[in-house]
Design a protein around this ligand. Sequence first.
Ligand code: 1CP
Length: 369
Amino acid sequence: MEDQFPPLQNDLILRAARGQTVERPPIWVMRQAGRYLPEYHEAKGGRDFFECCRDPEVASTLTLQPIERFGTLLDASIIFSDILVIPQAMGMVVEMVDKKGPHFPNPLRTPDDGQYAKVMERSVDVAQELDYVYKAITLTRKKLQGRVPLFGFCGAPWTLLCYMVEGGGTKLFKEIKTWIYKYPEETKALLQKISEVCVEHLALQVKAGAQLVQVFDSWAGELSPASFKKFSQPYLEYIAKHLPLKLKELGLERVPMVVFAKGAWYALDAACDMGYDIVGLDWLHDPAQAVKTVGDRPIVLQGNADPGVLYGSHAAITEAVTEMVKGFGWASRKKGWIVNLGHGITPFVNPDDLKFFFQEIHRLTKTNA
Ligand code: 1CP
């Protein structure tokens, strides 16, 4: 499988992901392709968002944009797709409304509204439904010419269920809270079903050429510590346990797995034992404290600058980078850290300020070498 692709020239993130000592911390940024880049809007044109995801040529062009722009400052790419392709594969209609975000015309409202039974009973042919993602990955690997490794990803079951039940973004989480506190058993059945699709989707992304994978639990922080244990953690663990088994079944090597449970600061200790290699941190974590929590466990941390610092002055960016380099103990450890923001890069960031962030990481980790 791997021999069909050009040889890798920069394997820094793969070595760091294995916990090896490295010359500098690898860097990538969640949502590094997308709305803050003028070339994204240009390439997307008037096209619908999901139409872009479904066109491997367009999706690979968008994936490569940050790599073309930032060159050797970046150490990984992430396939241009969305977490909501899984609900689509499960038979739900999802539209992307310009400037508003995702919209499900028929969300899951109650266990007996017909839609629930339909989703539960449907057998999902992931390979067929999401074939365009795998085609985009294979094409992107070829176009990358081995410059950097490529991430595949999926949404975590909890986060996906939030969207499937709420019908889009929300501040209140009224519908999903109704589900977990009124219909916990039906909620768990759905989460299990979604988890199985996640495993299949990640495995097929690896088969297509993804070299690492990340599970985005963007709404983990909406759960209490007790409800996180019931409605998110078991399903994150299911994915971490079953993806390697599925890969083995397909005759494929295990790949490094990242879990990013945004807002679930209370679950950091648990996240280190969920079966993932890398634990993503949002910016609410103090890096030094997180390093302490990891202790002797073979876990690599990823993160975690406040994405908002990129709206600030260069002095503020330098200060944030300095604090991170110190907090993750880079000078003395030289391992265990993948640089990222604490969440996706936000619209309206000037790409030159992101470039400055990258340059400062390179400069300040070299100084300490
Ligand atoms: O470089 C990349 O990372 C691009 C690939 C990518 C990824 C990893 C996209 C493209 N989306 C995602 C993940 C994703 N999608 C997440 C998890 C990461 C996170 O928390 O930021 C989530 C929650 C979504 C759902 C989603 N898709 C939203 C959020 C809505 C809300 O509830 O706040 C939005 C706005 C989208 C659309 C989307 N997905 C990706 C892009 C570039 C866009 C913007 C589309 C556009 O307006 O042009």
